[in-house]
Design a protein around this ligand. Structure first.
Ligand SMILES: *[C@@H]1O[C@H](CO)[C@@H](O)[C@H](O)[C@H]1NC(C)=O
Ligand SMILES: *[C@@H]1O[C@H](CO)[C@@H](O)[C@H](O)[C@H]1NC(C)=O
Ligand SMILES: *[C@@H]1O[C@H](CO)[C@@H](O)[C@H](O)[C@H]1NC(C)=O
Ligand SMILES: *[C@@H]1O[C@H](CO)[C@@H](O)[C@H](O)[C@H]1NC(C)=O
Ligand SMILES: *[C@@H]1O[C@H](CO)[C@@H](O)[C@H](O)[C@H]1NC(C)=O
Length: 249
């Protein structure tokens, strides 16, 4: 008698349990499917105002390196993408006066080997090592300050706001910056305050300028003594890339 009344309840309970677990599974399972493979340079290309940075990413092969590592990285990447305006506002010759190794370093200086949301960046401990670190045994760091998602990034010679996130989803964050992040390390031998004056464009710098004004033309390249075979290979690669660019333009 008793068992006949109990079993329907057990059935109902187990049915409810099954229902519960299956819906719970259904809710958690499909979540982590990403909308498609991440395309690092594709994101920048789509935006249309990063042609100069994209060129440097291609020449230095840093773009393809990041793309290749996006699949396997557990830490992710954070990239600061200077606009074409940012490059146009540099004192003329600033980029061209860099040798190939320094150009690669300049690009790597815009990359952090870890994913940071804007919120994360408020709480990092300064300085944060960039990917340029270690190429010549020095720490190439960036400092972040700010609050309420209003973050500034500083190199020591350049400070600018991080305003626009092109993408902000682990493993990749790309933030727009309106200035090229020039490493203080490039200018250490000179007066740091004088180094990149964004206001000056093509003209001037010659006649009426004072002794200190022209020093920024030639960044400190005296410390380039460490010429390993790797550097030469890198130079060759960049040289080839440059040659291709030249042929295209
Ligand atoms: C990324 O997108 C660009 C065009 O925006 C395309 O040329 C390139 O092949 C894509 N790369 C990958 C890895 O999908
Ligand atoms: C990265 O993953 C995507 C999809 O998961 C795959 O199509 C692509 O070949 C992978 N790329 C590399 C470099 O492993
Ligand atoms: C960020 O930099 C701007 C100038 O570019 C300055 O006005 C502002 O106070 C800075 N903010 C912080 C939090 O450092
Ligand atoms: C970056 O922050 C560290 C730690 O606060 C400080 O020692 C260093 O001087 C800062 N560098 C620049 C370039 O602001
Ligand atoms: C050079 O600059 C110094 C101060 O920076 C100034 O006193 C001097 O008059 C300047 N000379 C010329 C030729 O402009």
């Amino acid at each position: 008698m008793a068992s006949a009344t109990v079993s329907p309840i057990l059935l109902t309970l187990s049915a409810l349990f099954l229902l519960f677990t299956s819906t719970a599974l259904a809710q958690t399972a499909p979540a982590p499917a990403p909308p498609g493979p991440l395309n690092f340079t594709g994101i920048l290309e789509k935006n249309g105002q990063y042609t100069y940075f994209l060129r440097l990413l291609a020449e230095s092969q840093v773009g393809s390196q990041i793309q290749n590592q996006l699949n396997s990285t557990t830490e992710g990447f954070t990239v600061f993408a200077p606009t074409d305006n940012a490059f146009n506002n540099l004192k003329s010759g600033t980029i061209n006066s860099l040798d190939e190794q320094k150009k690669v370093q300049l690009v790597l200086y815009h990359v952090l080997p870890k994913y940071y949301s804007l919120n994360d960046l408020q709480f990092v401990s300064n300085p944060v090592r960039t990917q340029a670190t270690g190429q010549d045994g020095r720490v190439y760091g960036l400092n972040f300050t700010g609050q309420n998602n209003q973050i500034n990034v500083s190199t020591g010679v350049v400070e600018t706001q991080i305003n626009n996130a092109l993408t902000q989803q682990k493993p990749l964050a790309i933030y727009q910056v309106d200035k090229v992040l020039l490493p203080a390390e490039f200018f250490e031998a000179k007066s740091p305050a004088e180094a990149p004056s964004p206001a000056t464009k093509k003209s001037s710098s010659g006649s009426n300028s004072n002794s200190t004004a022209s020093t920024a033309d030639e960044p400190a390249s005296a410390d380039n003594s460490g010429s390993s075979g790797r550097n030469m290979g890198l130079g060759l690669v960049v040289g080839l890339a440059l040659a291709c660019m030249g042929a295209l333009s």
